[in-house]
Write a protein that binds this ligand. Structure first.
Ligand SMILES: [Zn+2]
Length: 254
């Protein structure tokens, strides 16, 4: 049976062509690329980035048989000084062909600026009924998760639109209690194949991704490896299909 896998979070501008090829050869058919402009100073950097990931890279991926979708937003690793201009423009960009939500957004330190930028984007997701991918950093995870979920509750975003990314055993109960959707990054620094299969019932309602970037060791075939690993462990095929494809398809309508 041919595989139809989905990687629900990568950064395509950082992905070598060979990485995209390996994804296609391993059975990935749909990919969501999330916005990120490291150390951005100006809103224009994001505008160009949105055009790049919704245009050029979409065609490139299609030539390998991958449907590339995008989420747009302001990443905490690059909040430009004129960020309110982006907030104003995001609703228009949400109408672009292939844009399926907001992301990657979230906080790294939980500063007032990060809170303001996240809140404004949660409000857009709420008003335009689009899913939003909110990342939880490597450090200070419990506090940032709590702060994120408190902001989400304040804004009143429906829980089925809230994707909490880089979920792991430490925060999975907080995510579940809120009713949000856990996204699970498969790589050594996040969830390993063994942790995934050993705790499969806790992760069962989530969606897998590789979050491929060039910032530390990453593997663009993480979702493919997880698919095969879970099969080898005898995990229910319906559950595997949900984690590696159907959940993302239903949340993002792709
Ligand atoms: Zn990311």
């Amino acid at each position: 049976m041919e595989k139809h896998l989905v990687d629900s979070h990568i950064h395509v501008t950082m992905l070598p062509y060979e990485g995209l090829q390996a994804m296609a050869e391993g059975g990935i058919r749909k990919v969501i690329t999330c916005s990120i402009v490291l150390a951005a100073q100006h809103a224009e950097s994001y505008f160009d980035h949105y055009r790049l990931i919704t245009g050029f890279y979409r065609k490139n991926a299609a030539s390998l048989g991958i449907q590339l979708f995008s989420t747009i937003g302001i990443h905490p690793a690059g909040i430009p000084h004129d960020w309110p201009r982006l907030i104003q423009a995001l609703p228009d960009f949400l109408q672009t062909d292939g844009v399926v939500g907001l992301g990657e957004v979230g906080m790294n330190q939980g500063s007032q600026l990060e809170q303001d930028v996240l809140k404004a984007q949660l409000e857009i997701a709420r008003d335009y009924r689009k899913p939003i991918i909110v990342h939880i950093p490597f450090e200070n995870r419990l506090n940032i998760t709590e702060l994120t979920l408190n902001l989400a509750a304040q804004v009143g975003i429906p829980a089925h639109l809230l994707v909490i990314d880089h979920a792991n055993l430490d925060i999975i109960d907080q995510i579940r209690q809120f009713g949000a959707i856990p996204a699970i990054t498969v790589r050594p620094r996040n969830v390993t194949l063994e942790v995934l299969s050993d705790n499969i019932e806790q992760f069962a309602n989530g969606m897998l991704n590789s979050d491929f970037s060039n910032l530390f060791p990453n593997d663009p075939t993480g979702v493919i490896k997880a698919f095969h690993h879970l099969q080898k462990q005898g995990i229910d095929q319906r559950l595997i299909d949900n984690l590696t494809g159907q959940k993302a398809e239903s949340v993002f309508g792709i």
